[in-house]
Design a protein around this ligand. Sequence first.
Ligand SMILES: [Fe+2]
Ligand SMILES: [Fe+2]
Length: 355
Amino acid sequence: MYGNDFPGTDDAPGGGLLGQVEAAEEALRRAAERGRPDGPAPGDDLQAYFDEVIAADQKIEPRDWMPEAYRKTLIRQIAQHAHSEIIGMQPEGNWISRAPSLKRKAILLAKVQDEAGHGLYLYAAAETLGITRDELVELLLAGRQKYSSIFNYPTLSWADVGAIGWLVDGAAIVNQVPLCRCSYGPYARAMIRVCKEESFHQRQGYEILHTLSHGTPAQKAMAQDAIDRWWYPSLAMFGPPDGDSTHSAQSMAWKIKRFSNDELRQRFVDMCVQQAEILGLTLPDPDLRWNEDRQAYDYTQPDYDELMRVIKGDGPCNRERMTHRRRAHADGAWVREAAAAYAAKRAAERERVAA
Ligand SMILES: [Fe+2]
Ligand SMILES: [Fe+2]
């Protein structure tokens, strides 16, 4: 299961997910070479310059003037994304000590560590908007900022680690590849790095499921059960249907978002069908079928009432995740204090040398 074995992704030249990430990186480089529109000169209309930069598909950078609502939208979105990476370590971390072999354990450890790294890139990107990581963490712990609802579902078997990699990281990457072209520079650049690693996450999950689905009947059944439980929550990761999505239109105009929730959800479904066939497993949707007119699969929508319940705090693991996160934050206090004391000592030393 290595090499170009992942239909609809790596084997589609330039059109696969990694191909799209590379194209976005190339576009970023070309845009930097082209340079941004001149200005703004003193007395210029700052909003007009902001609009011009966005229209030219150039990046807004931290020192640029930006509308307050643009800044707030980005802080909310990047923070939610960062929190998701960190909380998302919990469901899989739960299986590190029980991975079925040393090799599996090493791979899972690396994957969960990647998620911590993603959280750090993203907190750093959010900090460029004038908020500190401490403030963001406080907002999360106070329940005033959210993380992705998908992480409020439990991981009941080893196959869930496979299903999370394939479906949850898969949905994340479909969502995030267009963010590599987001109009805010630090977010776009963080997303390029993140997406390259997400592609490894998706493959590691797929490979776990492939091994199980080609193993004993009990292993195959375990893989099927995991997919049955994770399919609809993964579809719900794309958010409410377009008609009910509150932030979409403005985010599209600002080129933070490039495709609607429903467009991305459809892209994900179309990608998964063929991959499920190779696994020899079934997506739990009796109405899933190819629509010749639309050139896409018809599928059953996830239960959005359930999504709203989980967002509001009533998912199977909401309390457990936040309790664990609070405890981890409290347990880490000595590390933060030690780092701050060390930084202060270094600063004092530099001052002494400079004096
Ligand atoms: Fe991640
Ligand atoms: Fe991931």
